[in-house]
Design a protein around this ligand. Sequence first.
Ligand code: PEP
Ligand code: MN
Length: 348
Amino acid sequence: MLVVMQRDATEDQIRRVAETIETLGYEARTMPGAQRTAVGVVGNDGRIDEARLSGLDGVREIIHVSQPFRQASREWKPEDTIVTLSNGLEIGGKDLTVMAGPCSVEGESEILEAAHAVREAGANVLRGGAFKPRTSPYSFQGMGEKGLVYLARAGEATGLPVVTEAVDPESVPAVAEHADIIQIGARNMQNYSLLRSVGHTQKPVLLKRGISATITELLLAAEYILSSGNPNVIVCERGIRGFDPSTRNILDLTAVPLIHERSHLPVIVDPSHGTGSRRYVPQMALAGIAAGADGIMIEVHQNPSEALSDGAQSLYVDQFHSLMNSVQKIRAAMDELETADATIATTR
Ligand code: PEP
Ligand code: MN
């Protein structure tokens, strides 16, 4: 971390910054420059409270030389994290993960039918919310524990691992008991007691990006889970809030290569919430894979117009089938590109 001083900072102000750094337990290195002086923090272990320095007189800005997250960073773990599920699926490894199913579990036969449909099309994880964090308190709030049981049964019947959301620390034990992956929704990305609580389990966690969260904030949220003792974290780009109401959110696909560069954690792209409209879901799903995502999460419903939540962005089953055909083609093209890149790299 570098503390850059204002041009007219006095010797006293520079000394005060250096003393504060030392009081915090780090070494201060003052570097006078032609325009302004900077004070480097040596031995920063990521725990430094930036506000102690940014508020001091004469300070212009704080520049981070290394990432504020540690265990989530590539420096901490250069090789990719692979989260292996009970059916052998390697999320972040050689497999392409396709999580699919309705937004909400709506009944036992409904989720079972959905599970068969998405498995037949080629999905390898079943999704379905039992606890639903809805924007309005008057919207369907999910089936709760009953929904968890129905989801788990549908998963068992089809051999698909299941992912579902925990909305508060109280719901974590039940979700951990019935699900293979615990989802933390966008609205809860910075619910630190919830992050700690899933961090105390060893269950894989799908952490969705908050609607106005930066990549650094997303990876710091992942850091809460990792530093609580759970290494099985998968992050999800699901769109961020923009200014244009043409789409529900703006799917930030640059997040995929960016997170892969800065972190070893697997990345899933969710074009359903990312666009809010089934018209754009297939294109953005394919774009996500082309951007290098380890998988996609797609909302699919047998009868979207009757869905209890997110019908407008849910694909019809036949649309999901044809999307999966294209997915295989894009994935094969990506594999071919990788082989070509490797050949170029070895012959150059
Ligand atoms: C969901 O997956 O249905 C969901 C509520 O997602 P998000 O938290 O990304 O809005
Ligand atoms: Mn949804």
